[in-house]
Every structure is written in structure tokens, then in C-alpha cells.
Design a protein around this ligand. Structure first.
Ligand code: UDP
Length: 431
């Protein structure tokens, strides 16, 4: 199958720039599909002259770096200008093979959906699409300082929703949004929850994790992990921490912020450091750069709580990974976080983003070690429901449905020469 991931490479370090949960999703689902015998080729845009045209990520998983526009300096919002170049790269690659080389196209994010729609028509194979985020939903929950998604994106999303043979969502809520806002046909939607790598993210020794990261064994640690941008709301956590410390100056509270700037956060990459200073809590905040998964597991284990205060979140992989490591999560009650966290059992869901509400929620758990310990025991059990193996099973079901219902229409025009190739394969034509 061909997997399209135009704007983020599955090989990029997540947690900074445009690389986040979608990269992890594309790579982990491909690895699981390959284990089930599906050969996966992932097309992404080359962003460095050092990118080899093809990289084998694992047996059965190829990453094809398509040259479309300059390697560096292109913002995600510039990428629609490069979609033709990217599509040409994808179609040319397919043209090197026998017709029928790909059985299915799965596109991730609307930019890839635009490419997938054309590939589907040219190759005469089904298109399965995952939006990951939706402009209309994002715009309805903008953070201060966030730039709204352009109307053109919503138009592009609408087209892909209309064209895709099947749509995959993370949650039932997201399915409803596709139906209500984008007019999707509910019969073409499959809900497939994303997962976490449960072999890597599992409970471990907190003291050892703190020692490895140079964190104090006696402090109460609340950690934020993710791209630093207004939508992810790390500022909500800092403000809540300042309020807590003001109420209880002796509280040995430490906030750990892990990740790099991204999107609108890039305008002021140091803004969180400035905010901590203006709140008077600089000495209580530790900033760590984006971490590779092995180390991230230790970051989660080292924390007493992980906070996910996002304004909008289609799922929230960080919440699952943290719970898989035995760390309860305090999350905003938005999007998929309502599925990812069992409020009152494996963490708490906080309605809204008011500083006092967040300070109260954090305090209610930090001040009650017994409750926190119970949640820490329950969290990995809940996380077990979310594995990439489950995700791959759900994807395969969706692919089967896409294949079963796919009818080649006149507008699907596989390139000519199909018969010739067939004859050649059968030894009927000498070249
Ligand atoms: N991540 C990482 N290193 C970091 C920060 C984040 O590998 O330093 C990964 C994290 O493990 C998770 C993903 O980035 O899998 C973030 O996914 P999430 O769904 O939480 O947010 P998104 O980036 O999709 O908005």
C-alpha cells in the first residue's frame, strides 16, 4: 500500500516543529501492518539534502522522500503550493512499477488527502483517509495568540471527505464532527483508536528515572510533553503552578516542560521561559529538549503527574504513553482526551482552562498521595486498551471494507498499458 504523509516524515523527531503524534501514528501503524504481511511505502516530502530518496525504516516499510520544493524554509502553510510537485513524484514512482503495484492509498492529513484523491483516480484503487485534525474544530477552540486555520484548508478537507472511499477517525466524537460539519456519510467512517508502544512505555522505577534525568527525588513533579505552541497550552500549566506556589509556598513543586517550539509558538520560542520568569517560578521549572522514545519513557516515569492542558486535541498520544508508564494524567476535557483519560480513575479531566481550576485539580491529587498511587496503578491497565496492534487490526478492517465497496468509476483512469504489462508478465511480449 501507499501511505501519504506530505508534511511530516515518520522518521522525524516528534515533539518539535510539525512533528508530533501523526508521525508516530504513521510509523507505528506501518510497522504493525508490515508485521501482518502488508508491504507499506510511505511518501513524505524531503526536507534535507541529506535525505536519501528511499529509506528502509524496517523490513516491509519503505520511506520515500519526494523532492517537492526547497528542502528547508517551507512552512506548513506554504505546502499547498508544492502539492503538484509532490503528486508528480508519487505518480512517477508508481509509473516505474507494474500497474496494480499499489492496492490501496492511505492519506494522512488533508494535504495528503488531496494527493491521495488523484492517486486513487489514476491507479483505480481505494483511498482511505485520516484527517488527524480538522480546521473547523481547531478554529472553534483557538488559544490566545493562535492564528486561525485558513478557510482554504476547510475547503480542501471538505473535498477529501467527499472523495475518500473510507474515513478513519480517532473517536466517535470526531466521526460526529465529520458528519455534522463536513457532511461525511456516516456509513463510510471507521473509528480506530491510536495507540502507544506498550513495550517501551511501561511502568518502571521512579527514583531511577529521576536519577537518570538529574531530577530531585523529593520534589512533586508535574510534566508537560509536546510541541510548544499556544494550542497545547503549556502556559496554562505554568500559571496553575504559580497559583499553587502562591497558595502554598512550601510545596516542593517542580514543572518539567519537554518539547520544542512549533507553529505559532515559533514566533516567540522563548515565550515560556519569559512567562515562567514573569510568574516568579523560574527556579521551579526545568526545560528539556524533545526526547527520543526510550528517554521519554523515563520522563513519564519520573513525573508524579503529566498535564495535557490543550485547547484542542484529536486524541493525545502523550496521555496514553504517560498512563502506560504508570503516571496519572490531568488533562483538559477536550476532544479525544475524554477517551484517553478516565476521569477520577486514571487522572482528572478539567473543564476549561481557568488557572484556579487547574491549580485545584493538580492540588487535589498532589496533596493526596494515596489517591495518586491508586490512579498510578490503574493507569497502565487503562493504557493496555490502546496498542498499535489494536490500531493495525482496526486499519486492516477498514482497508477490507474499502476494497469490498470500491467500484472503479469512469473517472478512475488507470494509466494505459495495463494490458501490455500483463502480457509482459505472462511472457507474451518481448521488450
Ligand atoms: N514526543 C516525543 N518526544 C518529545 C515530545 C513528544 O517523541 O520530546 C512524541 C510523543 O511520544 C507522542 C507525540 O510526540 O507520541 C505527540 O503526540 P500527541 O498526540 O500527544 O500530540 P500531537 O503532536 O499529535 O499534537
Amino acid at each position: 500500500m501507499a501511505v501519504l504523509s506530505v508534511h511530516t516524515s515518520p522518521l522525524a523527531q516528534p515533539g518539535t516543529g510539525d512533528a508530533g503524534g501523526m508521525n508516530v501514528y504513521v510509523l507505528q501503524s506501518a510497522l504493525q501492518l508490515a508485521r501482518r504481511g502488508v508491504e507499506v511505502e510511505i511518501f513524505t516530502r524531503a526536507t534535507s539534502s541529506a535525505d536519501a530518496p528511499v529509506v528502509e525504516a524496517a523490513p516491509g516499510v519503505l520511506v520515500r522522500n519526494v523532492v517537492a520544493g526547497p528542502f528547508e524554509g517551507l512552512d506548513k502553510h506554504d505546502l499547498p503550493t508544492q502539492l503538484c510537485a509532490f503528486t508528480a513524484g508519487v505518480l512517477r514512482e508508481e509509473a516505474h512499477h507494474e500497474p496494480g503495484y499499489y492496492d490501496l492509498v492511505h492519506s494522512h492529513y488533508w494535504l495528503s488527502g488531496q494527493v491521495g484523491w488523484l492517486a486513487r483516480d489514476r491507479w483505480g484503487v481505494p483511498l482511505v483517509h485520516t484527517a488527524h485534525t480538522l480546521a473547523a474544530v481547531k478554529n472553534a477552540a483557538l488559544a490566545d495568540g493562535d492564528v486561525p486555520e485558513p478557510a482554504a484548508r476547510q475547503i480542501g478537507e471538505q473535498q477529501v471527505v467527499a472523495e475518500a472511499d473510507r474515513l478513519i477517525t480517532n473517536t466517535a466524537d470526531e466521526s460526529r464532527q465529520l458528519v455534522d460539519i463536513y457532511g461525511a456519510d456516516p456509513r463510510r467512517i471507521d473509528v480506530v483508536a491510536p495507540g502507544a508502544d506498550l513495550t517501551r512505555y511501561r511502568p518502571g522505577d521512579k527514583a531511577a528515572a529521576r536519577a537518570e534525568l538529574g531530577l530531585n527525588p523529593n520534589e512533586l513533579i508535574v510534566t508537560f510533553v509536546g510541541r510548544i505552541q499556544p494550542l497545547k497550552a503549556p502556559d496554562v500549566l505554568l500559571r496553575a503552578a504559580a497559583a499553587l506556589v502562591e497558595r502554598e509556598p512550601a510545596l516542593p513543586l517542580r514543572i518539567v516542560i519537554v518539547g520544542g517550539p512549533s507553529g505559532t509558538g515559533l514566533d516567540r520560542p522563548d515565550s515560556l521561559i519569559d512567562l515562567a520568569a514573569s510568574l516568579g517560578i523560574t527556579a521551579r521549572v526545568t526545560f528539556l529538549p524533545p526526547q527520543p522514545p526510550e528517554r521519554l519513557a523515563q520522563v513519564y516515569r519520573a513525573a508524579d503527574l503529566v498535564a495535557v492542558p490543550s485547547y484542542s486535541e484529536s486524541f493525545g498520544l502523550v496521555a496514553i504513553e504517560a498512563q502506560a508508564c504508570g503516571t496519572p494524567v490531568v488533562a483538559a476535557d477536550v476532544g479525544g482526551l475524554g477517551v484517553a483519560v478516565r476521569s477520577g480513575e486514571t487522572g482528572l479531566l478539567v473543564p476549561g482552562h481557568r488557572t484556579d481550576d487547574w491549580a485545584d485539580a493538580l492540588h487535589s491529587l498532589l496533596a493526596d498521595p494515596g489517591r495518586l498511587a491508586e490512579m498510578a496503578l490503574r493507569a497502565p491497565l487503562h493504557a493496555e486498551d490502546f496498542s498499535w496492534e489494536h490500531t493495525a487490526d482496526g486499519l486492516l478492517e477498514s482497508y477490507k471494507r474499502a476494497n469490498a465497496s470500491f467500484r472503479r468509476l469512469p473517472e478512475h483512469t488507470p494509466r494505459r498499458g495495463r494490458g501490455l504489462w500483463k502480457l509482459r508478465r505472462m511472457g507474451g511480449v518481448r521488450t
